[in-house]
Design a protein around this ligand. Structure first.
Ligand code: PMP
Length: 372
């Protein structure tokens, strides 16, 4: 079975699993307790994971707050900023092709009196920079733009958005869930990024853990915002609750591996993408259309229309050999809002499948397509 749904989730790396095991067995201490070995060891492991994640992002460990994943991270930042800065403005800018955890949060805030601009996108799902700049106004308190799209792989020009937000003194959040380990991010080069969210299971870590990056100022203070969870004050009083130590150790190890293997993984993903593109073009020339761009994208994601073929039926038929999906696993029953936003008809959307690869796949694995 060839697994090509890595944008939905990835397999836990064996080294990640090994690193987590002691914290599911004998090292069960609460990292907020003190003095005795289990507590101290748990605390050390959490802080070492924080450093591993910070190293991957080019951030300081203080700027990393552990969460349960990107849904939580996106909710935390958007609601937290909206609430904390509501006396400074009520305008939020986002895009039509965000993940539902951003879009639905923005829609919720609209019911609370916030004004949201949903920027349209081009045929590959990218926003227009001039349109974005023109949408920023005095009442804008937050810009939230996805770094790389989960269905099409297209990258937004995060550098330009981040520079503009810095110049305009507006907070900028980016959902980086799909780009971690696949795009070399160094936040030192993006001083305009105030917040970033990511999820461990998208880069070979465990499910149910992620983090947000919250930028600190020159006094080492994180940008203040209203916490999503109030309680015992863990995670700098931003995310209370006993820390999920095994998961946190897992995201730390996954981050370390992602950093170590970044160049090699990107290379492999690009090769796989080119190889599968070639096979699909040769084999299905008459019936396929690629919805994704060929450059400036997350490597390893292909979004393909099989003209006249229902995607759900095709996926069912492929399922014994190939695992893929219609796009976002989170909203598979509804036609993709991303594909709608790039101008596809309902028929074209119903013909579309996403193949998302991992670096551990070889060309030989992909040869299964030649036998279809
Ligand atoms: N943002 C993007 C771009 C995603 O792809 C996902 C996962 N599909 C999420 C946010 C939510 O992540 P999680 O389900 O881990 O909370």
């Amino acid at each position: 079975m060839l697994y090509l749904d890595n944008s939905a989730t990835t397999q836990v790396d064996p080294k990640v699993f090994e690193a987590m095991l002691p914290f599911l067995k004998e090292e069960f201490g609460n990292p907020s307790s003190k003095y005795y070995p289990q507590a101290v060891n748990s605390n050390k492991a959490v802080e070492s994971a924080r450093q591993q994640v910070a190293d991957l992002l080019g951030a300081s460990s203080k700027e990393i707050i552990f969460t349960s994943g990107s849904t939580e991270g996106n909710n935390m930042i958007i609601k937290g900023v909206a609430d904390y800065y509501s006396d400074q403005g009520n305008h939020i800018i986002t895009t039509a092709t965000e993940h539902p955890s951003v879009l639905e949060t923005c829609r919720y805030l609209e019911t609370k009196g916030f004004e949201v601009t949903y920027l349209p996108v081009d045929r590959y799902g990218r926003i227009d920079q001039e349109e974005f700049k023109a949408s920023v106004k005095d009442s804008t308190i937050l810009v939230t733009v996805i770094w790389g799209n989960n269905e099409l792989g297209s990258l937004n020009n995060i550098k330009e958005i981040s520079d503009y937000c810095l110049a305009q003194d507006v907070f900028f959040h980016t959902d980086a869930t799909q780009v971690i380990g696949k795009v070399d991010i160094n936040l030192e080069g993006y001083p305009g990024i105030s917040f970033l969210s990511c999820s461990s299971h998208k880069f070979h870590g465990p499910k149910g853990v992620g983090c947000v990056y919250i930028k600190k100022d020159q006094y080492d203070m994180l940008i203040p915002l209203t916490p999503l969870y109030h309680g015992g004050g863990q995670e700098n009083n931003i995310r209370s609750g006993t820390l999920a130590v095994p998961g946190i150790v897992g995201i730390g190890k996954a981050a370390e591996l992602a950093k170590e293997r970044m160049a090699e993984n990107i290379e492999r993903l690009k090769e796989n993408e080119d190889y599968l593109t070639r096979i699909l073009k040769e084999k299905f020339a008459e019936v396929i259309v690629f919805n994704n761009d060929v450059s400036d994208k997350i490597p390893g994601i292909l979004n393909v229309q099989f003209k006249g073929i229902n995607n759900e039926l095709l996926l069912k038929q492929l399922a014994p050999m190939i695992a893929a999906s219609t796009g976002s696993a989170c909203s598979s029953s509804k036609p993709s809002h991303v594909l709608k936003a790039i101008g596809l008809t309902l028929e074209q959307i119903r013909n579309t499948i996403r193949f998302s690869m991992s670096a551990s796949i070889s060309k030989k694995d992909l040869d299964v397509f030649t036998d279809l």
